[in-house]
Ligand binder design. Structure first.
Ligand code: UD1
Ligand code: CA
Length: 467
């Protein structure tokens, strides 16, 4: 097919069976709203214009779709009242003024159709022979769907909806998937002729099929039912999400990522992963994460909106959110990197370490039991076990700045705002409330007293009392 392509994606329905305050097409699957999937397919197919028809919660649907297609030419049309699928497509006419070519019609709640199947549909469309190509599929239980009506010569003559079908028509197992490619001029003309004279009092888009059959030949592409299945309730949402999850996992494995247990791996649609990366069981990688090459992410780690550099190692059960982990860093096990954490190269953050708005520069180590919040730590420093930045005074947050090659002894509290200069040394157990100059030693603890033989004497006294 050489004619230009536009797409209309129907997203106006309420989705009553979702039992939800949220519009159906906005329910997320792997970090993207349901409607993102068909809209993305339309763009991938090369549609030069894509129009989402919104209605129920239209403003919210528009807003969230716009956030998911930044900079992309997604257009919107509003269907004020849900008067049927024909009326919904007609709502897109204004947005496609001046467009001449083939219009692909998709449903916002049918996420599994592959680009390959849509390419077959577009290839079957031949405006020289007929104005419309459609997708059908065969179902062992066709209840609820529109049935494809064929004449004695097996050519398609029209579609009849379940509620309008005769007993004989209900026995037909070839159903209408609701996905079409239609010649634009024919489409607008055919939509004008629709009437609500049917069992549901709606303007049926399906009625344009009979019109196309009268004027020419309707092309039909059969698709596997697994691809044309939509989402009507949350159980179906979970089923479709499962298929998409497996597809995403397979795509990464084919591109050179090892998933040790794909059945328990959740990777969102937007995630990018470099080759030779190994991902353990029960790992979740959510939102817009970018994972480098040769990275290891061990069992149970959860990453959200996080970047991980080449060769880094995220050990089991670490939780990373809006963090940047540089190349060759080691994180965890059981580390928690909160928003604003930046680990530069070769940084080690060990077990039970929590960071928030903290930059740890090259080669720095915080191995155990530490909280670093609103902190900037220079290169090559060592943060001892149990170090706490006291960043919050009950009203405001304050910054702790630690220079490079600093040694912070174990169990130190750094009461912010406070600075520790390059090469300084803070003795274990100190509470640092004043700035420490470069190269200095700071300690704040009671000098040790030792009483020879005290413990032995005490034991004897207590034993004497017991008798
Ligand atoms: C439709 C087809 C049916 C087909 C089935 C496949 C019609 C008349 N029937 O039936 O032949 O077998 O899809 O799933 O087209 N929508 C709007 N505005 C409206 C009405 C619907 O945007 O006014 C959207 C819905 O949100 C949904 C899609 O269009 O995404 C399909 O609508 P729905 O009411 O589910 O159509 P079906 O009755 O399933
Ligand atoms: Ca439906």
């Amino acid at each position: 097919m050489t004619s230009p392509l536009a797409a209309v994606v129907l997203c106006a329905g309420k989705g009553t069976r979702m039992n939800s305050d949220r519009a159906k097409v906005l329910h997320p699957i792997l970090g993207r709203p349901l409607a993102w999937y068909p809209i993305t397919s339309a763009f991938e197919l090369g549609a030069q214009q894509v129009v989402a028809v919104v209605g129920h919660q239209g403003d919210e649907v528009k807003k969230q779709l716009a956030a998911n297609f930044p900079g992309q030419a997604l257009q919107y049309a509003v269907q004020a009242q849900q008067r049927g699928t024909g009326d919904a497509v007609a709502a897109a006419r204004g947005a496609l003024t001046g467009f001449n070519g083939a219009v692909l019609i998709l449903y916002g709640d049918v996420p599994l159709l592959t680009v390959d199947t849509l390419k077959r549909l577009v290839a079957a469309y031949n405006p020289a022979k007929g104005a419309l190509a459609m997708i059908s599929c065969r179902l062992s239980d066709p209840t609820g769907y529109g049935r494809v009506l064929r004449g004695a010569d097996r050519k398609v003559v029209g579609i009849v909806e379940q509620k309008d079908a005769t007993h004989e028509q209900k026995l037909i197992d070839e159903v209408n998937a609701g996905i079409y490619v239609v010649e634009s001029k024919f489409l607008w003309g055919a939509l004008e002729k629709l009437t609500p004279q049917n069992a549901q009092g709606e303007l049926y888009l399906t009625d344009i099929v009979a019109q196309a059959a009268k004027a020419g030949e309707v092309a039909v592409v059969e698709a596997p039912p697994a691809e044309t299945a939509g989402v009507n309730d949350r159980a179906e949402l979970a089923d479709r999400a499962e298929v998409i999850r497996a597809r995403i996992n397979t795509r990464h494995m084919r591109a050179g990522v090892t998933l040790q247990h794909p059945a328990s791996t959740f990777i969102d649609a937007a995630v990018e992963i470099g080759p030779e990366t190994v991902i353990g069981p029960q790992v979740s990688i959510r939102g817009e994460c970018e994972i480098g090459a040769n990275v290891t992410i061990d069992q149970g780690a959860v990453l959200m909106h996080t970047t991980v550099g080449d060769g880094a190692h995220v050990k089991p059960y670490s939780v990373l959110e809006e963090a940047q982990v540089g190349p060759k860093c080691h994180v965890g096990p059981f580390a928690r990197l909160r928003p604003g954490t930046v680990l530069e190269e070769d940084v080690h953050v060990g077990n039970f370490v929590e960071t928030k708005k903290a930059r740890l520069r090259k080669g720095t180590k915080a191995g155990h039991l530490t909280y670093l919040g609103d902190a900037d730590v220079g290169a090559g420093s060592n943060i001892g076990a149990g170090t706490i930045t006291c960043n919050y005074d009950g009203v405001n947050k304050h910054e702790t700045v630690i220079g490079s090659n600093v040694f912070i002894g174990s169990d130190t509290q750094l009461v912010a705002p406070v600075r520790v200069g390059d090469g300084a040394f803070v003795a274990a157990g100190s509470t640092i409330t004043e700035d420490v100059p470069n190269g200095a030693l700071a300690l704040s603890r009671t000098p040790q007293t030792t009483k020879e033989g005290w413990a032995e004497r005490r034991r004897k006294v207590l034993e004497g009392l017991k008798e």
